[in-house]
Design a protein around this ligand. Structure first.
Ligand code: GUN
Length: 284
């Protein structure tokens, strides 16, 4: 018998706690929080994410500053904007929506965001902090996955954890967060010899590869916790995850749906990071 992990409910709880804490700090100390969101070009999926981030900011009481730049924006123009935001006291967090157009080097852009305002936790300095487990900002999607696992009451320590996917944004930091909770972590990727065999050993399985329905029920251990980070658009317009939900649910104890699982968590954790960024002003 499986149970659905409802990302909408868990993310609502995170956003509520950000809103409550920020409201209290506004009243007591006059604290404000601001998030700058930059989007370059017209990618429809990115536009939806950016709109949802703006709505979440409104809900939490965070001021959002949106910069929708045309596709033809040069790398220098983008860096100029980032430099301006780096020194703008009203801006606590800066997020540059990825992917960027091909003529812009993502790495250069990320490296130019002040680590103190890097609420995505993509800057090498923050990535390094994640490696040593002393993070100021948790990477949003992996942190959201950790909240979802926690919501099931599952203990991670000593469990077999399999992460499918090795991206810098999800797979690698995900493995680190599970490792810090003393999981025994395996990272699988496109060159992994027998993916099914690795997956079948997992007590906690996190799929983040971007291949629709790659993980099927016969690759899942009875009673596993299955987290699907995949968000794939099929030709018929429907969204689907990396896990074949219909067969996987027959094996899992807990499973996330797509949509409505990990997706809403990413934005909630971004709100949490922005609050952390704003609170650092109190220490100065
Ligand atoms: N594109 C897809 N996911 C993300 C994310 O978490 N942060 C940013 N900046 N861009 C993304």
């Amino acid at each position: 018998m499986y149970r659905i992990i409802d990302g909408k409910t868990v993310s609502q709880g995170v956003k509520d706690s950000v809103r409550d804490e920020l409201t209290a700090l506004k009243t007591e100390m006059g604290l404000t929080a601001g998030l700058a969101v930059i989007i370059v070009g017209d990618d429809p999926a990115s536009k939806v994410y950016v709109r949802n981030k703006k709505l979440a900011c409104e809900y939490c009481g965070i001021e959002s500053f949106e910069y929708a730049l045309p596709e033809r924006t040069t790398q220098d123009e983008l860096l100029e904007l980032i430099n301006k935001l780096n020194s703008d006291p009203k801006v606590d967090g800066i997020l540059c929506q990825l992917p960027l157009p091909e003529h812009i080097d993502e790495k250069v852009v990320i490296n130019n965001i002040s680590p103190a305002k890097d609420v995505d936790a993509f800057h090498p300095e923050n990535v390094g902090q994640i490696m040593i487990g002393e993070y100021k900002y948790l990477p949003c999607t992996p942190a959201g996955v950790m909240e979802l696992i926690a919501s099931t009451g599952t203990e991670i320590s000593g469990k077999e954890c399999v992460v499918v996917g090795r991206s810098n944004i999800v797979g690698k930091p995900m493995a680190m967060l599970l490792l810090h909770k003393s999981g025994t972590v395996t990272i699988c990727h496109s060159k992994t010899k027998d993916l099914a065999e690795h997956c079948r050993r997992a007590d906690i399985l996190v799929a983040a590869v971007g291949v629709p329905n790659l993980i099927k029920g016969d690759m899942i251990k009875e009673g596993a916790v299955v987290i699907d980070v995949g968000m794939n658009r099929l030709d018929n317009g429907k969204l689907c995850g990396d896990v074949e939900f219909e067969t996987a649910k027959e094996k899992a104890s807990y499973i996330t749906p797509v949509p409505g699982g990990v997706g809403p968590m990413t934005i909630a954790m971004l709100m949490k990071n922005t609050l952390t960024a704003a609170k650092s002003k109190l220490k100065q």
